[in-house]
Design a binder for this molecule. Structure first.
Ligand SMILES: [Zn+2]
Length: 270
């Protein structure tokens, strides 16, 4: 009898906690959006003005959640400002525009360096030894709740929203990818069929590798040939920044991405 009452109490407490989280998030996302933040969006995110009013409002709500829940850390002497936080949060939230209110639940911190940063990586060599190399990076996404970005690359990526290169979209696509457990090019699919996704992505991945090896022009950056996870991240950059070209050259890939993100960015670029 006592055990049953304890069990009921635990269930009630869990339900109360879940209700409290939903109630708190609703309060946060419905906070008035600061006019200074809107000015940053208008100045730094060219695509913002092209969004329909309803999407602008939804993006602001997502940014409110992102700003309240994620910690920004300045590295290499960089002082974090609202301009840095809003410019990064806005692009990260663009990927979630029609994805519900879950804002990267596994992400806790965004670390920002002023310029490209060096990360020590251990690489196994063919002879069995391990070498340590220092790569210069513009961004990196970790599965343990961290994204690292170079502010210099963030600003150059967002300044031209038509060249298919955007480090924030790239690294946060990796975050979506790891929500499914591992970075393998397949995020949690709620509307797409996993089978169709695998078929379309594998075919386009192999085609990009072939075109790259044979020095043909490609609409996607050749970095997408590295592995399926990089292919998904690069496809995301291209989908948002060069939607017309991607639609023409890789219509089935475009259709899968459009179904996943629930948007058609071609409308924003007209
Ligand atoms: Zn990557």
């Amino acid at each position: 009898m006592v055990a049953a009452m304890v069990l009921v109490l635990i269930v009630v407490l869990i339900l109360l906690f879940m209700y409290w989280v939903i109630w708190r998030d609703r309060l946060i996302r419905n906070r008035p959006f600061l006019s200074a933040w809107r000015a940053i969006l208008e100045a730094n995110l060219p695509i913002y003005s092209a969004l329909p009013g309803e999407d602008q409002h939804r993006l602001q709500q997502l940014i409110n959640l992102f700003m309240a829940k994620k910690r920004f850390v300045g590295c290499g002497g960089l002082q974090i400002s609202d301009e840095i936080r809003i410019t990064i949060a806005a692009q990260a939230c663009l990927l979630l525009l029609r994805q519900g209110w879950s804002v990267y639940p596994k992400l806790y911190s965004v670390l920002v360096y002023p310029y490209g940063f060096k990360v020590k990586h251990e690489e196994s060599q063919l002879d069995g030894t391990v070498s340590r190399t220092g790569k210069n990076l513009s961004g990196e996404s970790w599965s343990n709740g961290k994204v690292i970005l170079s502010w210099d690359d963030v600003t150059s990526g967002v300044a031209d929203f038509t060249d298919g290169r955007n480090v924030v979209l790239h690294e946060f696509a990796h975050q979506l990818d790891t929500e499914s457990g591992s970075a393998n090019g397949a995020p949690l699919l709620r509307r797409n069929s996993y089978q169709t996704w695998a078929q379309v992505f594998t075919k386009n991945f192999k085609d990009l590798q072939w075109r790259s090896q044979h020095h043909h022009k490609t609409v996607m950056d050749e970095y997408g040939t590295t592995n399926p996870a990089e292919f998904f991240a690069v496809a995301t950059e291209t989908f948002f920044e060069k939607p017309q070209q991607l639609y023409r050259k890789r219509p089935k890939l475009y259709q899968q991405l459009s179904q996943y993100y629930q948007i058609d960015p071609r409308q924003w670029h007209q």
